[in-house]
Design a protein around this ligand. Structure first.
Ligand code: SAM
Length: 271
């Protein structure tokens, strides 16, 4: 069956067996099931199945039919479960009801969203994914690097994030317009504080402005200045210069000060 790649589903099929081998080598050694998002033509799936049982989510009905034929044996013996549909819809409930590692060559139009969902999914233990290099750098950058972003703070808050390979467009058919990269995030804990994520959005809203200026759009400046002095943070610091632990301490102190003072004010006005 001849398959035309569909742009709207972010279909760039990985054709480079050395890159597939690199992904397989980089898989964390665990007993978890593998979740693959977007098995496509099944090249990576085939290799994953040599090591682990796989649950794969594919949005494209045509590819689903092709995969059902290609992996009829593995589906029959339970090594592969193929779910046809949009993974984001499936994530409205629990994606699967056991611990898993996510291994995938992601569709780029929704890659950031998928990684964020995996970081907040308590069942997901490790994330090994290919995405646009630019986005990969945002997840893996270190404080002080210009790419250091709220995504890096979130990845570091969940565990260790590193880039394991850079992949050129020529490794795919059709080739994407940009370089890609494979990243590995080994989760040590789950992200479950939506307020912390909102706080980071505010902190990084205008990356060229100072952290103090960004936060002052939302929090009282005098309280921020007090906290900056207590934490020894320069008022000139830019968002990419602060470390993940500074972000956590800032967030905790703001929560304490503002929630605490607001609670005290409410209590006083109740009297
Ligand atoms: N894994 C294959 C490979 O490495 O060649 C295909 C990767 S291709 C970059 C992305 C795949 O994700 C495509 O098969 C596409 O149809 C699928 N896809 C796109 N959006 C999806 C979604 N929301 N849910 C599930 N699969 C999706």
């Amino acid at each position: 069956m001849k398959v035309e790649a569909k742009k709207r589903f972010g279909q760039n099929f990985l054709k480079d067996s050395a890159v597939v081998a690199k992904i397989i080598q980089s898989m964390p050694k665990t007993d978890h099931k593998i979740v693959e998002i977007g098995p496509g033509l099944g090249d990576l799936t085939q290799k994953l199945l040599e090591h682990k049982d796989v649950i794969a989510f594919e949005i494209d009905r045509d590819l689903c039919r092709l995969l059902q034929q290609k992996f009829a044996k593995e589906i029959a013996n339970g090594r592969l479960k193929l779910v046809c549909g949009d993974v984001i819809d499936h994530w409205k409930q629990e994606l699967i009801d056991e611990e898993y590692d996510l291994v995938a060559n992601l569709p780029y139009y929704v890659a950031t969203n998928i990684v964020l969902k995996a970081l907040t999914d308590r069942r997901c233990k490790n994330i090994l994914v290919m995405l646009q290099k630019e986005v990969a750098d945002k997840f893996c950058a270190q404080p002080g690097q210009k790419e250091f972003s709220s995504l890096a703070v979130l990845a570091q808050s969940a565990g260790d994030a590193k880039r394991v390979a850079v992949v050129k467009p020529s490794s795919f058919a059709p080739p994407p317009k940009v370089d890609s990269a494979v990243i590995l995030i080994q989760k040590k804990r789950n992200l479950d504080d939506a307020d912390f994520m909102r706080f980071l959005k505010i902190a990084f809203k205008q990356p060229r402005k100072t952290l103090l200026k960004n936060l002052a759009q939302h929090y009282p400046k005098d309280r921020l200045q007090e906290i900056f002095v207590r934490l020894g943070i320069a008022s000139t610091m830019r968002p990419h210069e602060a470390t993940t632990s500074i972000y956590h301490r800032l967030y905790e102190m703001l929560k304490e000060q503002i929630d605490g003072k607001d609670a005290a004010a409410t209590a006083a006005s109740d009297q």
